[in-house]
Design a binder for this molecule. Structure first.
Ligand SMILES: [Zn+2]
Length: 355
């Protein structure tokens, strides 16, 4: 298994963890966050070693929020949770905050086994169905092009393509239909009214759920406490500006009070969403300045990735570093601070604008 650590790299800033709740030891154990709201932690096969999932108690079973990816260890953890804390009462719906494998990977398995509906944004369901389909025509060729344009070496390209196959294998066949949720909609889950907040940046149509009355935000990967969520440009949208999208997405949380309990998909629950957003904003501003400063002469995205992530020395690890760097480069290009120099058949180079 390739290491996926640069995906969600540790950064210097971090929220003080909430000490209100004991960290559930896994597999199979849960922590009660509030009446009818349980927290379980599932083991991931990445250096980022866990994902949090949330269980909302319904009259006839449970709403399950996120699933982990498809590994024997996570399936075993689910068996323990189903038989233990869920008291053999079934999931009545499965909701995915977004389509990344560690959130949606077992959605097809759980929905199929319990014959329950799948809930997510239409965009994330469609994206996941495409991104996790090993037979999708053209995807591999586009991935190779993207890596070549970024200046990667042959061994690095081969490792990335292999890693892609391994990642796809972590998602089961996904549900064939979706019960769509949209931005601004209110839904009742576990007896609570949740406002749906859909934001781009980390994923294209990521859904957070905000219980304003209860003061709880299920934040998925959008606002993690200890690490900066991956904001990355991949082969499918090479000219995208996900970092611009991510920074703009903070506005969608402007009316979330600061004492709200934030439930992130990785790390510990925390309070203080305002400070967290400010820290993420500052972090990316610093990274943008640093990236621009490296470009006094034309460099490839690979050159910049190795300079920005000096600890990445293996052919596997460069993929996420590259994708993060491309997000910063595309933001700098979009804001006129950096010029992109493209040549057919050669790696793209970037140089700072001297205006
Ligand atoms: Zn994610």
């Amino acid at each position: 298994m390739r290491s996926v650590a640069p995906n969600l790299r540790p950064v210097e800033f971090s929220m003080a963890p909430s000490l209100e709740f004991p960290w559930p030891s896994y597999p199979g154990e849960v922590t009660r966050i509030a009446p009818g709201l349980l927290w379980a932690r599932l083991p991931l096969p990445f250096r980022l070693d866990h994902v949090n999932v949330w269980l909302l108690e319904e009259k006839d079973g449970w709403t399950v929020v996120d699933t982990g990816c498809d590994t024997a260890q996570i399936r075993a953890a689910w068996e323990d949770i189903l038989a233990g804390p869920m008291a053999a009462r079934p999931p009545v719906r499965l909701l995915a905050t977004h389509g990344h494998v560690d959130h949606i990977g077992l959605a097809g398995w759980l929905c199929g086994r319990f014959d329950c509906p799948f809930v997510s944004t239409l965009g994330e369901w469609l994206w996941a169905r495409g991104a996790h389909d090993p037979n999708l025509g053209g995807a591999r060729a586009e991935h190779r092009d993207y890596l070549e344009r970024s200046g990667l070496t042959r061994p690095e390209i081969d490792a990335q393509l292999k890693g892609r196959d391994e990642m796809i294998a972590l998602a089961m066949p996904l549900p064939g239909a979706v019960r769509e949720i949209r931005h601004g909609q209110e839904i009742v889950l576990g007896g609570r009214r949740w406002e749906v907040i859909v934001t781009p940046g980390h994923a294209f149509f990521h859904a957070s759920l905000f219980d304003r009355e209860g003061g709880i935000l299920i934040a998925g990967d959008q606002l993690l406490p200890h690490i900066s969520p991956v904001v990355a440009v991949w082969e499918t949208t090479p000219d995208g500006d996900p970092l611009g999208d991510f920074i703009a997405s903070f506005e969608a949380f402007a009316t979330v009070p600061d004492d709200t309990l934030v439930l992130p998909s990785h790390g510990l629950p925390y309070r203080g969403i305002g400070a967290r957003i400010a820290a993420l904003r500052d972090h990316h501003k610093d990274r943008l300045d640093l990236t621009q400063a490296l470009l006094d002469e034309p460099r490839t995205a690979r050159d910049v990735a190795l300079a920005m992530f000096p600890k990445v020395t293996d052919v596997d690890g460069i993929g996420f570093a590259l994708a993060e760097v491309l997000a910063h480069l595309n933001r700098l290009v979009a804001t006129g601070r950096v010029e992109r120099i493209e040549h057919r058949g050669a790696a793209t180079r970037y140089v700072r604008c001297n205006a």
